[in-house]
Design a protein around this ligand. Structure first.
Ligand code: VGL
Ligand code: ZN
Length: 182
């Protein structure tokens, strides 16, 4: 069985946000149509969210590399207002420990066992950002024995260095991920 994973489509990763991804909001439309398709097919949908404490290690003020972003219970951490969040969806909060960075939705969340209980063996990964949380979620899925699909029109990269997003896509494909065309 296939599940949809929607990674970190949060205000802080969209234009105007604290860690804005170029065209980050463009993923919302294709993701919403995937959510409706999975809903119609009775298939599971998982939303991950970056959900940091204010003293998180990844923030510049605490020695990390990122501006303060996605602080739990702030509007920057809310999902994009147009993202469709169906009531049956499974919500995963990650990187909640002040001392640990967690780019992957599988890291410290129990997501793998939840998916395995549902007999999910294949995940379609979408969202933000291609070169961080999408990539790490896909790589963990593969390591955990899931087949992983990536929808190119439903992801966008931070591109701290130009080309990071492209490199991340190549890396995912080299490790066994496959492309999904909507
Ligand atoms: C992310 C940088 C820092 C992501 C999260 O969701 O890709 N990137 N925290
Ligand atoms: Zn973060």
């Amino acid at each position: 069985m296939r599940a949809l994973i929607v990674v970190d489509v949060q205000n802080d990763f969209c234009p105007g946000g604290a860690l804005a991804v170029n065209q980050g909001d463009r993923v919302v439309e294709p993701i919403n149509s995937l959510i409706r398709k999975f809903e119609a097919d009775g298939l599971p949908v998982v939303f991950t969210r970056d959900w940091h404490p204010v003293n998180h290690v990844s923030f510049k003020q605490n020695g990390g590399i990122w501006p303060t972003h996605c602080v739990a219970r702030t509007s920057g951490a809310d999902f994009h207002p147009e993202l469709y969040f169906p009531s049956f969806a499974f919500l995963v909060s990650k990187a909640t420990d002040p001392d640990l960075e967690a780019y992957s939705g599988f890291q410290g969340t129990g997501l793998a066992s939840w998916l395995k209980q549902l007999e999910v063996d294949e995940v379609l990964v979408t969202g933000l950002a291609t070169d961080y949380c999408v990539k790490n979620t896909v790589m963990d899925a593969l390591k955990l024995g899931f087949k992983a699909l990536v929808a190119l029109n439903a992801i966008r990269a931070v591109d701290v260095n130009p080309g990071d997003g492209e490199k991340a896509i190549q890396e995912m494909l080299q490790n066994g991920a496959e492309l999904y065309s909507l």
